[in-house]
Design a protein around this ligand. Structure first.
Ligand SMILES: *[C@@H]1O[C@H](CO)[C@@H](O)[C@H](O)[C@H]1NC(C)=O
Ligand SMILES: *[C@@H]1O[C@H](CO)[C@@H](O)[C@H](O)[C@H]1NC(C)=O
Length: 970
């Protein structure tokens, strides 16, 4: 009879534990379950092919690539993902490529656990909305060759640990809010100078400061691009820069760099672009005629010594662009400069040029733009197709010839390349679709911008150049057509090229086509033509219109949820009956031994006595006196086990005494167990045992008195536990548990973690209580495979019970982790684990499925929290979900949970205590909400009394509304 019940129960738990009904899949179960949590946090923003009822590898989820059941690549660019990245990403340890680029609603921190992905070669989060620090754990990814975190909102400094990424070729952290100086090696750490395989240092557009460290550069480096522009660097340009002869682009512009340009810069013979503008450089503009490949120079807005037009310019044959605005240059500009064969742009405005400027037809074949505004030029002559701009020169007042008057206008029309389109008549496309430029079809293009950070040219009208780019993109990205329009240089001199890619036949690209195009552009497996120089791509999320089945819950998911809910309800009912039967049976069966008789007064540590460390033995008389003869007015809690009394010892110490009532005494062995355990553990997040009493058939435990009751009462009480405080409570409880698991000797499994067993002290610090069910890891139960009596005792509280433990009866620390995960969900929702026959884990997952974190917050979050700034909410939720994973092996350890909570608390910032002086300002708490058990019956609870007297401000200890008692199949 009992066996049948039990078997049925196992089956139900099995169903209940699984998130959905999976077809047998090929995905490694650890990977599948980690991806499940990742997916849950992204809710319905994941690709529609990510159907929760299917196997990621087997059913070809978009963007997921697998090898032998392990997920090796996640390419999810431009998908429109929303939410945060779960720390469970760190469990996908076979991952080699992770591309989350262009998901502008992907926010939160990059989890530290990303440092576990040791196989990772490519990591890209370009153009997302990640914030917080760049995790120093990235330094563990020593196989990484491509790291692009650019265009997010990362703060803090560049972690020195990135110096361990010796295989990295591309390092791009540009366009964030990074601060601090560039880390270089010292005796304790390796720094960026160790990245000898790096070709790209893209640190531009941040708030980095300090001097550019001379140690950063050496002849061992193989850098091509050094982009440090638009930061707050100061000090001098290190002369070691001249050692890195591989360099092709150096941009140090838009900083506060001082001193003169080191002369050995002329050793950089491969240099194509040198931009030092907008600094505080002084001295002379150096002779760079040795740099024969130089195409683009900009020294504008510095404090150079006054000079004439540098004569070496005319001998640098590859120059396309010369920018020397506001450089104290005087004298006449020689017309030979305009005969440089590739010249496109000369800008020398705001100088003291004088005399005559002559641009003849013969030497102006390439010249397009000559901007000499605000000088002292008195005569000008232009022939051919050059555009001269000389407003603000005396010549504009004296010479009224037609060609000159055009040059003297204040505005000049700026033209740029545009793809020639087919003439499609007036027919407009509807629904946000656009004309394919070649075919007049209406389609949804994949749109974005290519941002060229240092092109070696400046002419934006050159058809050949841009047609070349277009054809190159079409061929290498396998798209049908491309539309380029409206190119421009932005204020930081990046060339912005808006681009639209069109699909060949259908109206829309498929999801995987989009991610592949995005990936090729962001990972630079697509190389733009050489003259375009370094670029990055910034896409707009691509929405696949009505042709794709509408987003939201698929019918399979809905069926799964519905079936799951029915099963859960059944499980709860069966469990309730079962528990009741078992409890009665157990109560009858308990034999009240008198193992303590031999302990005798004062004879501690002898014979069968408990092995005690510091716990006192109390006589019955002592306790009687301390509790005022067990006066009802001293009762501060009551439950199935008996009562808890507040008591004052003769020395004045306030204690809490837990007195088991006749008929519900623990087995003698259990009581002894509890005493031994409690006396051994000492940690600020664990309730300390002061002593015990075993006289006259009593079982009483004397604990330190914890004034503010348990977490459950506080969650529903009037005292507001704000988000920051809840984080502290979670962290404190986690530390207490971690102590039991890792630091106690022998390690201890609590086995009954729940919110009523987490007490709050006068400063609302968490203290884990009630080790009555605790189990020593060393005492043989864990690996006994259910054969020993001990291991067959499944104990715990319904709702918090680890389903795997229940099924296998194999106890491990991970069972506590499961229960702890439930407590974390309680901290978010303030709900009991099972309320109105609904299981909190399922409710949370359903809410996330249907509408992500926003939906969860709206439907389930404790309303008290709505006013709070919920820093790290996504991370907290991810941790909770990973703690309640079906398979214990996939749950984090308590140590890992502590680490994660610590970093969330760190994000949250320092916590200022609610109360300065708990004595003078006691916390007043009273119950306001009703609780319901699984049969929807109201549960009575002992409410604390209010008052100024701190001593009266008390709570019961535990168990008053434990739902179904202890389950003990025998
Ligand atoms: C790192 O790369 C090397 C060479 O490709 C490979 O042999 C090694 O297994 C990789 N390490 C990891 C942890 O994947
Ligand atoms: C010219 O350069 C100086 C630095 O030498 C700078 O302070 C000033 O703002 C610049 N003027 C213009 C118009 O940019």
């Amino acid at each position: 009879m009992r066996t049948r019940y039990f078997g049925g129960f196992l089956l139900i738990l099995l169903c209940m534990g699984s998130l959905s009904f999976r077809v047998t899949g090929v995905t490694n179960s650890g990977d599948a379950s980690a991806l499940d949590v990742v997916r849950l946090l992204w809710a319905s923003s994941v690709p529609t092919s990510w159907n929760s009822g299917t196997d990621p590898c087997d059913s070809q989820w978009d963007g997921v690539t697998c090898t032998n059941g392990r997920i090796t690549s996640l390419i999810l660019s431009s998908v429109g993902l929303q939410g945060s990245l779960s720390s469970q990403i760190g469990s996908l340890t076979a991952l080699q490529t992770l591309d989350l680029s262009y998901n502008t609603d992907l926010t939160g921190r990059l989890p530290n656990s990303i440092g576990n992905l040791v196989s990772l070669k490519i990591l890209m989060t370009i153009g997302c909305n990640f914030n917080g620090q760049i995790p120093s754990e990235l330094g563990n990814l020593t196989n990484l060759s491509f790291l692009a975190l650019n265009s997010n909102k990362f703060t803090g400094s560049i972690p020195a640990t990135l110096g361990k990424l010796t295989n990295v070729e591309w390092l791009d952290v540009a366009d964030n809010q990074l601060t601090g100086s560039l880390p270089v090696s010292n005796s304790t750490q390796s720094g960026l100078d160790k990245l000898v395989n790096a070709n790209h240092f893209h640190f531009n557009l941040n708030n980095l400061s300090g001097t550019i460290p001379p140690a950063l550069f050496s002849e061992n480096m193989n850098l091509l691009h050094v982009l440090f522009d638009s930061n707050k660097f100061e000090g001098e340009i290190p002369s070691t820069l001249g050692l890195v002869t591989s360099l092709t682009v150096v941009r140090l512009d838009r900083n506060q760099i001082t001193g003169s340009i080191p002369s050995n810069i002329s050793n950089l013979v491969s240099l194509e672009e040198l931009n030092l503008s907008n600094n505080k450089l002084n001295g002379a503009i150096p002779d760079l005629s040795a740099l024969t490949g130089l195409g683009y120079i900009d020294f504008s807005n510095n404090s150079f010594n006054p000079s004439t037009v540098p004569s070496w310019l005319t001998s640098t044959q590859k120059l396309t662009t010369i920018v020397l605005d506001n450089c104290s240059i005087a004298g006449q500009i020689s017309s030979t400069i305009f005969s440089l064969p590739l010249l496109e742009t000369v800008r020398m405005k705001n100088n003291q040029l004088n005399g005559t400027v002559t641009i003849s037809a013969t030497n102006s074949n390439e010249v397009q733009w000559i901007d000499l505004r605000n000088n002292s030029i008195t005569q000008a002559a232009v022939q051919g197709n050059a555009t001269l701009w000389i407003a603000g020169n005396p010549v504009c007042n004296s010479d009224s010839s037609l060609s000159i008057s055009k040059s003297c206008q204040n505005m000049v029309e700026v033209k740029s390349y545009q793809t020639v389109t087919a003439q499609c008549g007036a027919k407009n496309c509807s629904g946000g679709l656009k004309h394919n430029p070649k075919r007049c079809k209406c389609q949804q293009p994949y749109e974005g911008q290519m941002v060229f950070r240092a092109p070696s040219f400046s002419d934006l009208t050159d058809t050949q150049r841009f047609k070349g780019l277009e054809n190159d993109l079409i061929t290498k990205l396998s798209v049908d057509t491309i539309y380029l329009c409206c190119l421009y240089f932005d204020s930081t001199q990046y060339l912005i090229v808006p681009v639209q890619f069109f699909p060949a036949d259908s109206k829309f690209f498929t999801r995987s086509e989009v991610t592949q195009i995005g990936f090729k552009l962001s990972s630079h497996s697509y190389h733009a033509p050489e003259e375009f120089g370094p670029f990055f791509f910034m896409a707009t999320p691509y929405s696949i219109g009505s042709e794709e089945s509408s987003k939201g819950l698929s019918s399979a998911v809905i069926a799964g949820i519905a079936a799951g809910a029915v099963v859960l309800a059944l499980a709860v009912i069966v469990m309730g009956f079962y528990a009741l039967r078992q409890k009665k049976r157990a109560e009858k069966a308990i034999e009240i031994h008198k193992p303590f008789a031999s302990w005798g007064a004062g004879s501690m540590g002898n014979g069968n006595g408990p092995k005690l460390k510091g716990a006192r033995w109390f006589s019955f008389a002592e306790i009687k006196e301390a509790t005022n003869n067990f006066s009802e007015s001293n009762v501060i809690g009551a439950g199935g086990y008996g009562k808890v009394y507040k008591a004052m010892l003769p020395e004045g110490e306030i204690v809490a005494i837990k007195r088991a009532q006749q008929g519900s005494l623990q087995g003698g062995a259990e009581f002894k167990n509890e005493i031994e355990l409690l006396s051994r553990v000492h940690h600020k997040n664990l309730v300390g045992l002061i002593g015990f009493c075993t006289e006259q058939g009593e079982q009483m435990l004397v604990y330190e008195y914890i004034p503010n009751g348990n977490l459950r009462e506080n969650l529903i009480g009037e005292l507001t536990l704000d988000w920051a405080r809840r984080l502290q409570i979670a962290l404190g409880s986690a530390k207490g548990l971690n102590y039991l698991h890792e630091l106690a000797h022998p390690p201890i499994i609590h086995r009954d973690i729940k919110s009523t067993n987490i007490l709050l002290d006068e400063n609302l610090n968490a203290k884990v209580a009630d080790f009555g069910l605790s189990k020593l890891v060393a005492d043989g139960g864990v690996n006994a495979g259910g054969k020993s009596h001990v291991s067959t005792q499944v104990k715990g509280t319904l709702g918090y019970l680890d389903p795997e433990y229940y099924m296998t009866q194999q106890l491990s620390e991970k069972s506590d982790v499961y229960s702890f995960g439930i407590v974390l969900l309680e901290l978010i929702t303030a709900r009991l684990p099972i309320e109105g026959a609904k299981y909190i884990v399922r409710l949370v997952k359903e809410a996330l499925e249907s509408g992500g974190i926003a939906c969860l917050q709206e439907e389930l979050m404790d309303p008290v929290l709505t006013q709070d700034n919920l820093t790290g909410f996504g991370e907290f939720l991810a941790l909770a979900l990973s703690c309640v994973k079906e398979l214990s092996a996939e749950r984090p350890s308590m140590r890992e949970a502590v680490k994660e909570l610590e970093s969330i608390v760190e994000m949250q910032g320092p916590y200022s205590s609610v109360k300065d002086s708990p004595e003078s300002d006691p916390i007043v708490v009273k119950g306001t909400r009703k609780l319901y058990d699984e049969d929807d019956e109201e549960i009575s609870m002992v409410l604390p009394r209010q008052g100024k007297d701190n001593h009266k401000n008390l709570f019961e200890y535990s168990g008053a509304y434990q739902l179904s008692g202890t389950i003990e199949p025998k």
